[in-house]
Design a protein around this ligand. Structure first.
Ligand code: ASP
Length: 349
């Protein structure tokens, strides 16, 4: 007789198996140096920076520390912008993008449009460590993850499925999908349909030796066209580092970062001698000025239709963040304590 699947047991065990695969490709800790570790992350990353600094203090590689930090958010069903629980593409399928960079070797790896794998940043580290490539996508990335023992998980939570279904049922009044009864959706909808849901976690870590590592991981824009790849898995766009200079990453509408190699731009600004704050603001200004040449990225008041946020840390341990429009947040751990701070905006509205 077939026994029904106990869904809670299934999710519990696959989550545990997924967590176990985080160790695949990680290095042995080394003796610690004498510098104060620093970690910065996007606003949803308070637990990530706490974990990353805890591991950096134990001598873990800065990239391994960043990957363990973002893995907490990747596994969190309540974060609807990253990993498990992420909002799906327009077909209702969760597709993940992630990338990592390692300061001491100037290595990088990434995966895009990856389905069914809870920890894509850890798979990206294996692309870096176990292949001569930088980027694997789709079915190839999934097969690569499977080959390294990553378990497959249904990443679509009930909550994300209901929000997606509501989007599908209400997007076009002339189609054949009937809108759901209002009282039924009130329980799960919050304010989802008022805005395009975006979100990602980036984490940059400076370890006790002054070495850098960073990771960016996301489910991308909600309701994206299947196969759409954003900035997060593109080295130079969604993240970049140079071990001699600093590390930077971004969240927000990824197309703007693809068009400006934005994270590379922030790091290159720091290389020219700008402090992280100025490096970030310079990059935001550049994006704001050139994006509006394209009418589809220009509001009637001449400002951009989209927002992006940056998070940066320099080799010397200075850090800063910024965004085009207000509302962005950054999680920071300065080696003493962790907190979430508001990002300075380029424009007030
Ligand atoms: N940057 C991500 C992307 O475009 C989404 C986000 O950060 O909200 O895929």
């Amino acid at each position: 007789m077939r026994r029904p699947i106990n869904r809670r047991y299934f999710i519990g065990t696959t989550a545990a198996a997924s967590l176990a695969t985080l160790a695949v490709g990680a290095s042995e800790p080394r003796p610690t140096g004498d510098r104060r570790p620093v970690a910065v992350a996007s606003g949803n990353g308070l637990r990530a920076v706490e974990k990353a600094v805890e591991l950096a203090r134990l001598g873990y590689d800065p990239l391994d520390a960043a990957i363990e930090g973002v893995a907490i958010v990747e596994a969190d069903p309540k974060d609807d912008s990253v990993g498990y629980g992420g909002l799906p593409n327009e077909d209702g399928v969760v597709e993940l993008d992630a990338a990592v960079m390692h300061g001491p070797t100037h290595g990088g790896g990434s995966v895009a449009s990856l389905r069914n794998i809870m920890h894509p940043a850890a798979v990206a580290r294996l692309v870096m460590n176990r292949t001569r490539h930088c980027l694997l996508v789709g079915e190839g990335a999934l097969r690569f993850a499977r080959a390294h023992g990553f378990p497959e998980v249904d990443l679509l939570t009930d909550h994300a499925r209901k929000v997606w279904l509501h989007w599908k049922e209400t997007r076009d009044p002339s189609d054949d999908w009937l809108p759901p009864p209002k009282e039924e959706v009130a329980a799960y909808l919050d304010d989802y349909m008022k805005r395009r849901v975006t979100g990602t976690i980036h984490c940059s870590v400076l370890d006790t030796h002054g070495d850098l590592g960073c990771a960016t991981t996301t489910s991308g824009l909600s309701w994206k066209i299947p196969g759409r790849v954003g900035d997060s898995p593109i080295l130079g766009a969604g993240l970049y580092l140079d071990n001699e200079v600093g590390s930077a990453g971004s969240t927000g509408v990824g197309e703007a970062n693809l068009l400006h190699c934005s994270s590379y731009l922030v790091v290159e600004n720091m290389r020219r001698g700008l402090a992280p704050k100025d490096a970030v603001m310079e990059a935001l200004k550049r994006i704001a000025q050139s994006s509006i040449r394209d009418p589809k990225r220009r509001r009637p008041d001449g400002k951009t239709t989209f927002n992006v946020s940056f998070y940066a840390v320099s080799k010397s341990g200075e850090f800063a963040g910024g965004c085009i429009y207000p509302g962005g947040k950054m999680a920071v751990h300065d080696g003493d304590s962790a907190r979430v701070v508001q990002l300075d905006p380029l424009f007030d509205s």
